[in-house]
Design a protein. Structure first.
Length: 270
């Protein structure tokens, strides 16, 4: 997860991580989705261990251990600040028994010997930080080696024709407004720069989080996963509501839909 370092030492009149979670994440539903996909693709078994790469605050890790009394989770990230936030605001709210089954570690996901897991996830498009194919392949190969037998790797991905435009999208969330601001896109390198802003109590706070990414395609990711050894890969595509926006329901598909903006998951089985 990429964060704006300039805001680390700036005291905002709101909790930026809580606003981010409300606007962007749905960890309670995410962990149920990972479990469902594992059951569908890995012979009906239930997974036990989950590793969240680029974990940020580790919200998914916490929801995983709450989902089942046997679940264990591990979160990896380079940035200490969001992990410290997660320990204080999320892990501290777990029961004593649940706390024993979750750990957040400051670690580079490119380092060999990642913690073993039944399910590894890389979400919030964090792996877009890797701009070179050989680096992304090194990461995915590292994940493959870390998975247990019949292990599952899940990544989210987004795209669409609108992703090549400089555009600012805003969504109202209770007491605040969330802005997803695409500043630019370079068709030569497929690199794009994004910022997240929040408007709270009449004032807009700009560039609270920022992301300097390469836009990867579903086919590119699946090809790399196959190259490093995954036995199969598949895509879960988000449906739409009556207003034409994403409905948060992801179904397994063989073909997608050309549209302005889409979100999907790629799942690979070891």
């Amino acid at each position: 997860m990429a964060f704006n370092k300039n805001y680390h030492k700036v005291k905002l009149p709101f909790d930026k991580y809580e606003f981010y979670k409300q606007a962007v994440q749905s960890p309670e539903e995410d962990v149920k989705f990972y479990r469902r996909v594992y059951r569908e693709l890995c012979g009906g078994k239930d997974p036990v261990t989950l590793r969240e790469d680029f974990c940020g605050t580790g919200a998914i890790c916490c929801e995983w251990v709450k989902l089942n009394k046997n679940h264990k989770s591990c979160g990896l990230d380079l940035d200490q600040e969001p992990m410290d936030y997660g320990r204080e605001h999320y892990i501290e709210k777990l029961t004593d028994e649940q706390k024993q089954r979750v750990v957040l570690i400051q670690k580079n996901v490119l380092t060999p010997g990642l913690p073993k897991a039944d399910v590894a996830v890389a979400v919030n498009f964090s792996y877009f930080f890797f701009k070179k194919r050989e680096v992304l392949k090194s990461y995915i190969e590292n994940v493959y080696k870390s998975l247990n037998k019949d292990g599952l790797f899940v990544l989210d991905i987004f795209g669409g024709t609108q992703c090549t435009d400089a555009i600012e999208d805003k969504t109202r969330h209770g007491k605040f407004t969330y802005y997803w601001d695409q500043k630019n896109f370079d068709p030569v390198t497929n690199e794009a720069y994004f910022e997240i802003h929040f408007k709270y109590k009449g004032k807009k706070y700009t560039n609270v989080f920022n992301y300097d990414w390469r836009m990867w395609s579903i086919q590119e990711i699946r090809e790399i996963m196959t190259e490093v050894g995954f036995s199969m890969t598949t895509v879960y595509w988000e449906g739409t509501n009556a207003q034409g926006r994403g409905n948060g329901i992801f179904k397994r598909v063989k073909e997608g839909e050309s549209c302005l903006s889409w979100i999907a998951y790629i799942a690979g089985v070891k």
